[in-house]
Design a protein around this ligand. Structure first.
Ligand code: AMP
Length: 281
């Protein structure tokens, strides 16, 4: 496995892969790798000739300096994990490599980026669409793999690729969860033991939405109310949003017909966690 830090070097390696007529699978990450990231790598490994993983904590998608400063770093462990997963190239550029002095071009999406997390995290998705565009331009993958854990992000990226005619297939894979249902996230490491145990309220709330719809409840307000009750029972929890949205437009639904995404963003103490599930009436 090669660990590559410069854009020039990875471009040369990508060219060599192309010369061999091999396909490129790409998994962009911010490091602190866990089973969620590994599930993306495993799928990409099966489907593509060459597997490239990037590790880059994208400063421009952080809306709070504290969150950026606290973001977990474990590069050595990450490289070991990538090696075990049979990754071919790990791309670990520096901030200066990606955002040299004078950098001033951003990719900004309209409506999809204004919904859900977009309302609370100004500039976040502009940071995401900008880095993903840059990484796609640098690597030119055939397929890129994302997690449904960040449902809004994956919808934004699908739309980005479509709107800007990027020649890459976007694959979105299921959420990997802990035994109690908590979605794996690099931010879970910020939770203390009590908060970690309380954080299961997020998945419990999502399951409540599922069971209510299965029991033929069709009232959006009623379902959201029950979900919020479950989360509000937890000390030091604060809801950013509990929403039932259309899977394509991310607009709040007014009635439940067909598919709907239940999406939640909740603070457990000082850690903000997001999760979602797809539901069907
Ligand atoms: P991150 O390093 O948090 O930017 O995540 C990199 C990729 O891993 C994104 O496409 C995420 O959606 C995905 N991911 C993060 N957590 C999970 C999870 N629990 N299950 C599946 N995919 C995940």
């Amino acid at each position: 496995m090669d660990v590559v830090r410069s854009i020039d070097e990875i471009r040369l390696m990508v060219k060599a892969v192309r010369d061999r007529d091999s396909s490129i699978g790409f998994v962009p990450t911010m490091g602190a790798l866990h089973e969620g990231h590994m599930s993306l790598m495993r799928r990409a490994r099966k489907e593509c000739g060459e597997l490239i993983v990037s590790i880059f904590v994208n400063l421009i998608q952080f809306d709070s300096g504290d969150d950026l400063a606290a973001y977990p770093h474990q590069l050595e462990t990450d490289i070991e994990i990538a090696d075990k997963e049979d990754v071919d190239i790990v791309f670990v550029p520096s901030r200066e490599e990606i955002y040299p002095e004078g950098f001033c071009t951003f990719v900004e999406q309209g409506e999809l980026a204004e919904r859900l997390c977009g309302k609370m995290r100004p500039g976040h998705f502009r940071g995401v669409t900008t880095i993903v565009t840059k990484l796609f331009n640098i690597i030119g993958p055939d397929r890129a793999y994302f997690g449904q854990k960040d449902y809004q992000q994956s919808e934004i990226i699908k739309r980005l690729v479509q709107d800007l005619n990027m020649d890459v297939n976007i694959e979105v894979l299921p959420v990997i969860r802990e035994k109690d249902g908590l979605a794996l996230s690099s931010r879970n490491s910020h939770l203390n033991a009590v908060e970690r145990s309380n954080a299961r309220c997020i998945y419990d709330a999502l399951l409540k939405a599922r069971s209510m719809i299965e029991a033929n409840e069709r009232g959006v307000g009623e379902i959201i109310n029950e979900m919020e009750k479950i989360i509000n029972l937890v000390p030091n929890s604060k809801i950013d949003y509990v929403s039932l949205v259309d899977p394509d437009t991310l607009d709040d639904v007014s009635s439940i017909t067909g598919r709907v995404v239940a999406a939640v963003a909740v603070w457990i103490g000082s850690t903000r966690l997001i999760d979602n599930i797809m539901l069907e009436a």
